[in-house]
Design a binder for this molecule. Structure first.
Ligand SMILES: C[S@@+](CC[C@H](N)C(=O)[O-])C[C@H]1O[C@@H](n2cnc3c(N)ncnc32)[C@H](O)[C@@H]1O
Length: 250
């Protein structure tokens, strides 16, 4: 009788150990899968020499069937939340009259975050038609502009926005360094430029290495803006650090 009880107890423990091992295996499998997904994304959307049109097409494919939203939720990619928190700290309540431009708006994650914080005049800009369509469905943007952010002058008046924000729009073949001039032009004097990006792109992206931060500095020296802060944050996307730049237009 006593032996039988020990036998049953052992069986029970073995079953529990097996369950723990299975869930550990499932977790590792998922992490491994996520790592592969990130690598595939980095290889394709951020490959060296990719043209800006190819980048836009890549995102349009990714937006199909809501796939971008399913892949890049807040548990994996914190950029939009981080960016919305920054903008909310800079612009206190009431926020409903502040004009914000979400640059590289994608499927509208940042617009949604800003909306929950009380912003009501949010415009979005993105060159990918598929992403713009996805963003439109979120019903938080007043205007959506399908265009590239570059050195080219946009069809937006000078001194329009209280803040322009970029979350995840910097990368190989994405927003070029010299787009900073246009960001400054469309922000009101005293308004803010907020850029949230992967920290390692400062080194890995040819267009940014030894160029992006020196240009930011140069614009400060020439009196176009002043730096409010530069902050590195952990786990911006997956396990990668992010860097947040905040500048104020003079
Ligand atoms: C990683 S997604 C980020 C989207 C969104 N901001 C978010 O945080 O979910 C990058 C976005 O940048 C956009 N993009 C790429 N090149 C751009 C450019 N030159 N100007 C503006 N947006 C660009 C892409 O179309 C894509 O929607």
């Amino acid at each position: 009788m006593y032996r039988n009880m020990i036998f049953i107890e052992k069986l029970h423990i073995t079953k529990q150990v097996r369950q723990v091992m299975a869930s550990e295996k499932a977790r590792r499998f998922q992490e491994e899968g996520e790592r592969r997904d990130v690598e595939a994304y980095a290889r394709r959307a951020h490959r060296e020499g990719i043209s800006r049109e190819e980048v836009a097409q890549y995102y349009t494919q990714w937006a199909k069937s809501n796939k971008y939203d399913m892949d890049m939720g807040p548990e994996r990619y914190r950029g939009p939340r981080i960016a919305a928190d920054c903008v909310s700290e800079l612009i206190p309540d009431p926020r409903d009259s502040a004009r914000i431009l979400d640059i590289a708006a994608g499927s509208g994650f940042l617009g949604q975050e800003l909306w929950t914080k009380g912003f009501r005049l949010i415009d979005g800009l993105d060159p990918s038609e598929g992403m713009i369509e996805a963003a439109r469905k979120k019903n938080v943007y007043s205007n959506l502009i399908c265009d590239f952010m570059s050195e080219k002058m946009l069809n937006i008046n000078t001194d329009t926005y209280d803040a322009v924000v970029v979350s995840g729009g910097m990368g190989e073949g994405h927003i070029p360094c010299n787009a900073l001039y246009e960001m400054i032009r469309i922000v009101k004097p005293g308004g803010y430029v907020v850029i949230v990006m992967r920290e390692e792109y400062l080194e890995h992206v040819h267009d940014y290495k030894d160029k992006l931060e020196p240009l930011m500095k140069e614009l400060e020296i020439s009196g176009r803006w002043t730096r409010v802060s530069r902050r590195v944050v952990p786990k911006y996307s997956f396990e990668n650090n992010g860097v947040i730049f905040i500048y104020q237009k003079k």
